[in-house]
Design a protein around this ligand. Structure first.
Ligand SMILES: [Zn+2]
Ligand SMILES: [Zn+2]
Length: 260
């Protein structure tokens, strides 16, 4: 785990004020920041729907597996964020996507600084991801595995090029664990630029893979101040739910104290 900063990384420059024009800078899109761990939650600048958030690693790690690194405090924050999300945006579900590049990314991918996309969907995106990656899995270029638990995203994967998919199923309760966690280990780059966003966009637009793949990513088209504002309108509520979850005494012991 490191807190190293990288120059010219938008996510390392969390304090930066504004991108200019009508688009809000990262600090203006902050929903919550954890003083203890440095993890923070922000509204995505080009949201698929209201409620499209990013959970950002505090330092310039290349995977959330490295950023979370079996650190109990950080995982506790992750749990508080999941709970707060399901309380603040009820009825829409919660799907999490991450492209962990492990330094093997491609220019078409997301910013390499480790982050999760938190998306208001139940389980619909899983079918799109499966369809996208079926061919590469079949060719041995990717391997799909189900993780027993979200915390199984551990240091084994910290240097990997992977796609993490996690959903909370239908009608999730705020304190329930994820319904499904799976990880595709990749030997190739992901199809489509801005892949994690493209999955949500294609579901919303009902576009086929080929149509979406042919689109060149254009921030002028995709960045939406209106959707960002709708998300930011829930900021105080979201932050209150995170703080409330964090202030509760932990009921589960740290993993390293659990006796099998
Ligand atoms: Zn960075
Ligand atoms: Zn991203």
């Amino acid at each position: 785990m490191t807190s190293a900063r990288m120059e010219n990384c938008d996510f390392c420059e969390m304090g930066r004020e504004s991108l200019g024009g009508e688009h809000l800078g990262l600090s203006e899109r902050q929903l919550h920041r954890d003083v203890r761990t440095g993890l923070g939650v922000f509204a995505d600048i080009a949201p698929v729907k209201p409620g499209h958030l990013l959970l950002l690693a505090p330092g310039h790690e290349l995977t959330m597996a490295a950023a979370l690194a079996e650190d109990h405090q950080r995982w506790r924050y992750v749990d508080a964020v999941r709970e707060a999300y399901l309380r603040t945006f009820p009825g829409d579900g919660l799907t999490i996507l991450e492209h962990g590049s492990g330094g093997k990314g491609h220019r078409r991918d997301c910013i390499e600084h480790a982050h999760w996309h938190l998306l208001p969907f139940e389980h619909e995106l899983g079918e799109i991801v499966d369809a996208d990656l079926r061919a590469v899995v079949g060719d041995g270029q990717a391997e799909k595995e189900y993780l027993s638990d979200i915390r199984a995203l551990d240091s084994r994967y910290s240097q990997s090029n992977y796609l993490l998919y996690l959903d909370h199923g239908e009608k999730p309760g705020p304190t329930q664990p994820p319904a499904r966690v799976c990880l595709y280990s990749l030997k190739v780059s992901l199809p489509y630029q801005q892949y994690t966003r493209s999955v949500g966009y294609r579901h919303v637009a009902g576009a086929t893979g080929a149509q979406a793949g042919a689109l060149e990513w254009d921030w002028a088209i995709h960045a939406s101040s209106n959707l960002v504002q709708q998300t930011m309108a829930r900021q105080a509520e979201f932050a209150r739910h995170v703080d409330s979850a964090l202030s509760r005494p932990t009921t589960s012991r740290p993993l390293d104290l659990v006796v099998a």
